[in-house]
Design a protein around this ligand. Structure first.
Ligand code: GLN
Length: 497
C-alpha cells in the first residue's frame, strides 16, 4: 500500500531533520522503503554529478530491514538506533563491502571493496541505508571537485558553480535531498569547504577521533572522516555513531563515542563563551560578501553575551605551503600501492611489455594530472638531499602552527572565522592557476596540521544566493562543546536571516 507519493518526501527533505523523519515514520506518513525509493530516484538522476555509484539493491534491502525493525519494536527502535533507516551517501574513498570504490580515479574504476570500513560497519550496525558513493576530486586531491574523471560536481541550483572539494559529491547530495546526511573526509578542508559552498553543516573531528580503517589514505597524518548534514543536530548525531576507539586503526584514540546530538539540544551559555577572532583570517583577501555575514554572526554572538577576543595566529600564513609539502609527501608514499599489481586496473599486462618500468608507466598513466603532479612533488620533497630542506622544515613549521593554537586556546574557547575567502567560484575559473586553487584552503588547513576539530555551518548568502560558511575551530576533543555552540549559532543565524 502506497500511502504517500514520492514527491512530497523530497520537498520535505529541504528542512526535515533525521529526528523529524523518524517522527513521520512513527506517524506512518511514509515508510523507510518509500523514503529510500525517493532518495534513490534523485540519486539516479545524478543531476549535479554527485554520485559515482548508486547502490540501489543494498539501499532497498536495508530500508526493508529498517521497516521490519520498526514494525517489531515501534518507536523504541529509534531510541536505540537514531539513524535507523536513514539514507546516507558515502564519499567514494570509504569502503563498503562488495560495492565499487573508485576514489574518483580511473585507475580504480573497476575496484570492488572486499570489506567495509569501520565507520560503515558502525553505521550498518545501527541500521543506516547507503544510497551511493559520492563523487570527489581524485583521491581527495582538490578544492573544487574539478579533478574528477566522473564529472565536476555543481551546487544544486547553481549548475555553473563548483560544489567545492574534495567531498563535493557528498555536499551536493545532502543539499539536493538525495540523501539525508553523508560522510566525507577532510585532509585539508575537504569537508568544510564543500559544506560552506553548498550551505550545509560539515564537521572535521579531532585527529584520531574517528577510525580510518577502510578509508583509502591520502595524507595519513591529516586525514579524518566526518559527517555532513543539513543541520547541526544531524551532523552531531552522525558523529556520535562513527566515533569511538578502533583497534584496527593505530591512530584511533581510546575514548568513548561523542555525545554531540545531546549537546546540540543544550542552551548555549553565551555569557561564558570567549570567541577568538584571528586577525590573520580577516585580512584584505577576504571578500566583503563573505566578511559581512561572518561579522554579523559575531556581532550577534556578542549581543548574546559572548566575549569576542582578537587573537593572533602568526604562523597560519605558512599553512598552505606547509600543508602542500606534507600532504604531497605522504600522498607519494600512500599512492605507491596503486601499482596495477596489487591495486589498480591494468591497461597492459606484464607479459605484453618489455620491462617493469614500462608496465608501471602505462598503467599508472591512468592517474589524473593533479595526482601525478603531487606524486612527483612529494617524491621530490622526500628525496635524499632535499627532505631536510623541504619535508623536515615543513614538519617544524607545522609544530609552530600547532603552538599558535595551543597559546590561543589558553585564553579563548573557540576560534571563529570564515571557511573560505570567497563564495563558490565558477567552474573553470581557477583550473589554470594552481596557486589560486591551493589558496582556497588557507583557512582550513591549519586545523588539520594541528589535528584540531573544526566545522563549517551556514551563516548567510551573498546577493546571488551563494552560501557563506562560518568556521569554528576548537581545542582537541572539544566536539561536544563545539556542536552545542554551533547549534546556538544556527538558531541565532536563522533568526537574523
Ligand atoms: N584541497 C586540499 C587538497 O587538495 C584538501 C583536500 C582534502 O581535504 N582532501 O589537498
Amino acid at each position: 500500500m502506497c500511502r504517500f507519493t514520492v514527491f512530497p518526501v523530497r520537498v520535505k527533505a529541504e528542512y526535515m531533520k533525521i529526528r523529524q523523519t523518524h517522527e513521520a515514520i512513527a506517524k506512518k506518513t511514509f515508510s523507510f522503503l518509500e523514503l529510500t525509493q525517493d532518495r534513490l530516484k534523485l540519486a539516479k538522476e545524478n543531476k549535479h554529478q554527485e554520485y559515482i555509484t548508486v547502490c540501489a539493491d543494498l539501499a532497498l534491502s536495508a530500508a526493508t530491514k529498517a521497516d521490519a525493525v520498526f514494525q517489531k519494536e515501534g518507536v523504541q527502535a529509534f531510541v536505540r538506533n537514531p539513524i535507523l533507516g536513514i539514507p546516507l551517501a558515502i564519499k567514494d574513498l570509504i569502503l563498503i563491502r562488495n560495492i565499487r570504490n573508485t576514489c574518483g580515479s580511473k585507475l580504480l574504476d573497476n575496484y570492488v571493496a572486499p570489506y567495509s570500513a569501520s565507520v560503515i560497519q558502525q553505521l550498518e550496525g545501527a541500521g543506516a541505508v547507503f544510497i551511493g558513493k559520492t563523487n570527489l576530486d581524485e583521491f581527495g586531491m582538490g578544492s573544487s571537485n574539478e579533478n574528477s574523471p566522473y564529472g565536476s560536481v555543481s551546487i544544486p541550483g547553481f549548475p555553473e558553480r563548483v560544489a567545492g572539494g574534495s567531498s563535493g559529491g557528498s555536499a551536493a547530495a545532502v543539499k539536493s535531498g538525495s540523501c539525508d546526511a553523508a560522510l566525507g573526509t577532510d585532509t585539508g578542508g575537504s569537508i568544510r569547504l564543500p559544506s560552506s559552498f553548498c550551505g550545509i553543516v560539515g564537521i572535521k573531528p579531532t585527529y584520531g577521533r574517528v577510525s580510518r580503517y577502510g578509508q583509502v589514505a591520502y595524507a595519513s597524518s591529516l586525514d579524518q572522516i566526518g559527517p555532513m548534514a543539513r543541520t547541526v543536530e544531524d551532523a552531531g548525531l552522525l558523529l556520535d555513531l562513527i566515533t569511538g576507539h578502533d583497534f584496527k586503526d593505530s591512530t584511533s584514540i581510546p575514548m568513548p563515542p561523542t555525545r554531540c546530538a545531546a549537546a546540540s539540544a543544550l542552551m548555549t551559555e553565551w555569557s561564558k563563551i570567549r570567541l577568538g577572532v584571528p586577525e590573520e583570517y580577516f585580512k584584505s583577501g577576504l571578500h566583503p560578501d563573505v566578511e559581512k555575514p561572518i561579522r554579523q554572526a559575531l556581532t550577534w554572538a556578542e549581543k548574546q553575551g559572548a566575549k569576542l577576543v582578537p587573537v593572533q595566529l602568526p604562523h597560519s600564513e605558512y599553512g598552505v605551503a606547509v600543508y602542500y609539502l606534507i600532504a604531497v609527501s605522504e600522498a607519494s608514499s600512500n599512492l605507491a600501492r596503486f601499482d596495477s599489481v596489487r591495486y589498480g586496473q591494468r591497461k597492459v599486462l606484464a607479459e605484453d611489455v618489455r620491462d617493469l618500468s614500462t608496465f608501471y608507466e602505462i598503467n599508472r598513466s591512468q592517474l589524473g594530472e593533479e595526482v601525478k603532479k603531487r606524486i612527483l612533488l612529494g617524491t621530490f620533497a622526500l628525496s635524499a638531499g632535499y627532505s631536510e630542506a623541504y619535508f623536515k622544515r615543513a614538519c617544524q613549521v607545522r609544530r609552530k602552527i600547532k603552538e599558535d593554537f595551543d597559546r590561543v586556546f589558553n585564553t579563548v574557547d573557540f576560534i571563529v572565522g570564515p571557511v573560505s575567502s570567497t563564495v563558490a567560484f565558477k567552474k573553470g575559473e581557477k583550473t589554470q592557476d594552481p596557486l589560486q586553487m591551493y589558496l582556497n584552503d588557507i583557512f582550513t588547513v591549519p586545523a588539520n596540521l594541528a589535528g584540531l576539530p573544526a566545522m563549517s555551518l551556514p551563516c548567510g548568502q551573498d546577493s546571488n544566493g551563494l552560501s557563506v560558511g562560518l568556521q569554528l575551530i576548537g581545542p582537541a576533543f572539544s566536539e561536544e562543546f563545539m556542536v552545542s555552540l554551533a547549534a546556538g549559532f544556527e538558531k541565532g543565524i536563522e533568526g537574523v536571516r
